[in-house]
Ligand binder design. Structure first.
Ligand code: ADE
Ligand code: ZN
Length: 365
């Protein structure tokens, strides 16, 4: 019987793994703000704004129905629609970074923010609440955060350009770059060349989701959109030449084990996570995060726990994944060095089972 039956992907009880993943410092590069809102908070915000949810907080997130990305995105839209004013954005950002971040050892997060998921809220109001939430979370827990603004790829290229124009017009230091999210099948990356080039000219960093698309899409991200990292990208391993290029160029891949297993992107929904294993074994720079944690019945600790069980990773392999997150982050070199020093100090304090002193021979006899 698992001690984690409330998670979508229960694993066997193992106190050593639990202690390891709890103590591990984490760098979070792939967590969507809308997808990280606790069900109870959604219910309270819906009540505040008089929005009928039609179901209780407990029934809101039906993890395993999200094998269908369309169904998942429909629930995401409902959540986005109840986050309406500056206080709401402050609250969900704060909760995501504290209970949903710092409490799990997250030292640094680049929040994936989706302004198109809040169609009635002007971008400057969204930003005001998010920045206030970041500042308060930092003051209360020490967690650091920046923002990646996501383009909804199911919309037009012109909509994407308009969003980048907003980001540039309301430029703040915390917004480091842009991403590309929602369903890849409805929005091939080539549609967004103009928006991404505009972002590049404005000095914004670029990433994009590639969950279900062919390896060729990864080349489009790198060559045409100017991305310097990839969200998910599991199909890279289907093409040895593109894999070799990404290894050579140290292109980071932000992987999300639990949500991508449910969505059948990184495995077959069977908990093997075989594509993530192949990516690590190929020498790719892999980072781990929890995507839309409460919606997929996970949290930042549980994604590491699941991977530790599925792939047999111990302290050093999991710490290498956190260090990949520091390398893949969009912090400047000084801030990266400071973050790496914090990670190294925390990892050094975690006991490595292979360092355990062995019994003297006499005592064994
Ligand atoms: N949020 C927005 N788009 C998403 C996607 N494609 N996968 C997971 N979460 C998302
Ligand atoms: Zn995502």
């Amino acid at each position: 019987m698992s001690a984690f039956a409330s998670y979508s992907t229960p694993v066997p009880t193992d106190p050593a793994v639990d202690a390891l993943v709890a103590a591990l410092p984490k760098v979070s590069l792939h967590c969507h703000l809308i997808g990280s809102v606790a069900a109870g908070t959604v219910a309270e915000l819906a009540a505040k704004h008089g929005v009928p949810l039609g179901r209780s907080a407990e029934e809101l997130y039906d993890h395993h129905s999200y094998e269908d990305l369309g169904e998942f995105l429909r629930v995401l839209d409902v959540v986005g629609s109840v986050i309406r004013d500056v206080d709401d954005f402050h609250r969900v950002t704060y909760e995501s970074l504290t209970a949903g971040g710092a409490a799990h050892g997250v030292l640094y997060r680049e929040i994936q923010l989706s302004p198109p998921g809040h169609p009635d809220v002007p971008y400057p109001r969204i930003l005001e609440g998010v920045l206030a939430g970041i500042a308060d979370a930092r003051a209360d827990t020490g967690v650091e955060a920046r923002v990646v603004v996501g383009i909804n790829r199911e919309r037009s290229g012109a909509d994407a350009v308009e969003l980048v124009e907003q980001v540039v017009a309301h430029r703040v230091d915390e917004v480091l770059g842009i991403g590309l999210d929602y369903a890849e099948v409805n929005g091939p990356p080539g549609r967004f060349v103009e928006a991404f080039r505009l972002a590049g000219r404005a000095g914004l960093r670029r990433t994009a989701h590639s969950e279900s698309g062919p390896p060729r899409h990864i080349e489009v991200l790198l060559d045409d959109l100017g991305c310097d990292r990839v969200d998910h990208g599991y199909h890279v391993v289907d093409d040895p030449a593109i894999t070799a290029r990404c290894v050579e160029e140290r292109v980071p891949f932000n992987c999300t084990p639990v949500s991508s297993d449910i969505g059948r992107y990184s495995g077959s929904g069977d908990g093997t996570h075989h594509r993530i294993r192949e990516m690590v074994d190929a020498g790719l720079v892999v980072t781990i995060d929890s995507d839309d944690p409460p919606m997929f019945g996970t949290d930042p600790t549980h994604d590491y726990r699941v991977l530790a069980h599925a792939l047999g990773y111990g302290r050093d392999q999991l710490a290498a994944i956190t260090r990949n997150g520091v390398e893949a982050s969009w912090l400047d070199d000084t801030d990266k060095a400071a973050l790496l020093a914090r990670v190294d100090a925390l990892v050094a304090a975690i006991p490595d089972p292979t360092d355990a002193p062995t019994e003297p021979e006499e005592a064994v006899r």
